[in-house]
Write a protein that binds this ligand. Sequence first.
Ligand SMILES: CC(C)(COP(=O)(O)OP(=O)(O)OC[C@H]1O[C@@H](n2cnc3c(N)ncnc32)[C@H](O)[C@@H]1OP(=O)(O)O)[C@@H](O)C(=O)NCCC(=O)NCCS
Length: 189
Amino acid sequence: MLRFPGQGHRNPDDVVIGPLDLAARVDEALAVQALAFGLGAEEIAVRRQIVLRHLTYPGARALGATTPDGRLVGFVYGMPNDRTHWWSTVVEPYLRGQGYDDWLDNAFVITELHVHPRYQNRGIGRRLITGITDSAAEPRSILSAIDTDSPARGLYHSLGYEDLARQVLFPSAPKPYAVMGAPLPLRRR
Ligand SMILES: CC(C)(COP(=O)(O)OP(=O)(O)OC[C@H]1O[C@@H](n2cnc3c(N)ncnc32)[C@H](O)[C@@H]1OP(=O)(O)O)[C@@H](O)C(=O)NCCC(=O)NCCS
C-alpha cells in the first residue's frame, strides 16, 4: 500500500500518551501549538520563555502524545493553581464577581492543551487531559479557553467543565476567554 507523509499512523492506538519532558522538547511542542492554535514566530518566542518559566513552578508537569516513530503530535501541561501566578491574578476578579473565586484554591490548572491538526478528533486531546488530571491530588481543575463554540470548549464541556466566568480579558490577548472548572476525576463517556 502506498503511504503518504503523515498517513502512516492513522490508528489512534498507535499514538502513545505518556510523561513528557517538556523543557527538553519545548520547540517540538510549540511547533504543534503553532499549527493547532495558529501562532506566529514572534508569539512562539514569547511562549517559549513562558513555558520554561512555568515548568519551574511546583507540581508543573506535562504529558505528550507520541507516534511510534517518536514524533510529538500533542501535549498538555499544567500545575496546581497558585493565586500569585499571573494567570490566577487575571481571572480572580472575574471569578470573584461570580462568587466562584474559591475555585482558585485546591485546583489543578490546565495551562495548554494542543493536538496537531492532522491528529485531531481521534480522542487524543481527551486522553491527554484526563491522563494529566487523573494524577492530580487536587479535587478540581480549572482552565481558560477562547470564549466561543470551539472543539476545545465542546471537549471541556463533555468532560464536565462548566463556565465559571465569561468574557475574561487577558492583557494583550485580542479575544475574550471563558474560565471553566470541573470536579476531578473528569467525567467519562
Ligand atoms: C482542543 C483539542 C486539543 C482537542 O483535541 P482532539 O484530540 O481533537 O480532541 P478529541 O478527539 O479527544 O475530542 C474531540 C472532542 O472535542 C469535541 N469536538 C471536536 N470537534 C468539535 C466541534 N467541531 N465542535 C464541538 N465540539 C467538538 C467533542 O466533544 C469531541 O468529543 P467526542 O469524541 O465525543 O466527539 C484540539 O482540537 C486542538 O488542538 N485545537 C486547537 C488548539 C486549542 O484550541 N487548544 C485548546 C486551547 S484552550
